[in-house]
Design a protein around this ligand. Structure first.
Ligand SMILES: NC(=O)c1ccc[n+]([C@@H]2O[C@H](COP(=O)([O-])OP(=O)(O)OC[C@H]3O[C@@H](n4cnc5c(N)ncnc54)[C@H](O)[C@@H]3O)[C@@H](O)[C@H]2O)c1
Length: 347
């Protein structure tokens, strides 16, 4: 069998780690090609559909470290592909329905970096509340704005609103509720009653209530048509003028132009973004000139524990499937395929 790594996600997966994956694949008779990965890596961008098609002829497995477009066009042009393995949780760049129709199993790593995402959100929330990035910038410029700038509120008195109560949202709840005693509310129509019952202190509210009541909104949803641009001008107008918004999920959940407007006009007070709509951030992006915002280069998954889990899981999932015919159902992202007979058992 042949596998191809089609992209490089701005350094989140190293060449050495891919060599480890290649060795694990090789042990089960899968030849892993890094050639296309190196070509595309040099360009520092996601590959195009045509580049993926050209690089994956005869491949049965596509490995996606970042979020390359695995679209209908790509999947239909590569009929031999059996597996698409992402090195992360988000699968928004892959057409899951078409993959299921064509019998392609899309694999991801659910929750591999949920703790890290909660940690990044925490760092941003506390950094913004305590003005740490602003003070650091000013001190480096030669200024000493002692006890100036935004007067920090007491985080213990605030309401933290979680948009999405999955693994990352729950870790963030633990940090703020158990650590500071912060009131936590959450909006997630898909969370089960069994999960809700484990969090008796959390108030589950409607989206409108989340928006109007929260002092801090932290976004932890998957990117779907339903969650795209959910935070826009109309929503920012409803938020408190002292509110903060944090996004460690996917850039397009927030309309970034509308967010720049909301920060410039004082509709909300500050923002912390690990992901933005246009990555990397363009030269003249307004986010680069605003003081009341922290932007990270989509590195929320970066951490000792998450990296180990990530590479261990990738080394294991497809080789085990090829060797035993068994695929771990919790790692199958296109759930529509679970009821189909595609030659593998889901357990
Ligand atoms: N910044 C990064 O580097 C990075 C890395 C990995 C993942 N992520 C993103 O972080 C997200 C959250 O991670 P996670 O581990 O908590 O995922 P998760 O799958 O455990 O949780 C996602 C939650 O979103 C909820 N949800 C879906 N649609 C919703 C809607 N319309 N309204 C409200 N809630 C909705 C789901 O019910 C689920 O509880 C991922 O989906 C991924 O997009 C970012």
């Amino acid at each position: 069998m042949r596998a191809v790594v089609v992209d490089k996600d701005y350094g989140s997966v190293t060449a050495e780690e891919l060599e480890r994956v290649a060795a694990a694949y090789y042990a089960t008779g899968i030849e892993l090609s890094l050639l296309d990965y190196q070509v595309v890596a040099a360009q520092q961008k996601e590959p195009t559909e045509d580049e993926i098609i050209a690089g994956c002829k005869d491949a049965q497995i596509i490995l996606a470290t970042g979020n390359p477009p695995i679209t209908r066009k790509v999947l239909e042009a590569l009929p031999e592909v059996k597996f698409v393995q992402r090195f992360g949780a988000g699968v928004n760049s892959i057409d899951l329905d078409v993959a299921a129709d064509l019998g392609v199993i899309v694999l991801n790593l659910p929750g591999f970096c949920a703790k890290e995402l909660a940690d990044v959100a925490t760092a941003m929330i506390m950094g913004l509340i305590r003005n740490t990035n602003y003070y650091d910038r000013e001190v480096r410029k030669g200024n000493w704005p002692k006890c100036k700038y935004l007067l920090p509120p007491d985080v213990r008195e605030l309401t933290l609103g979680l948009y999405g109560f999955g693994l990352a949202g729950r870790y963030l709840h633990d940090i703020f509720y158990k650590g500071f005693g912060t009131k936590v509310i959450a909006c997630d129509p898909y969370v089960s009653d069994a999960v809700k019952s484990q969090y008796p202190d959390v108030e589950f509210v409607s989206f409108d209530e989340l928006v109007t009541r929260s002092d801090i909104i932290s976004i932890h949803v998957i990117l779907t048509p339903e969650t795209t641009h959910v935070f826009n001008k109309e929503v920012f107008k409803k938020m408190k003028s002292t509110a903060m918004i944090i996004n460690t999920s996917r850039g397009p959940v927030i309309d970034n132009d509308d967010l720049a407007w909301a920060l410039e006009t004082g509709e909300i007070m500050y923002a912390g973004l690990d992901t933005v709509e246009r990555e990397p951030l363009p030269e003249n992006d307004p986010f680069k000139t605003l003081d009341n915002i922290i932007v990270n280069p989509h590195c929320g998954s970066y951490g000792v524990g998450s990296k180990k889990t990530q590479i261990d899981m990738v080394c294991n999932i497809v080789p085990t499937a090829v060797a035993t015919g068994k695929v771990p159902a919790r790692c199958v992202a296109n759930r529509g395929i679970l009821d189909k007979d595609v030659g593998y058992e889901f357990d």
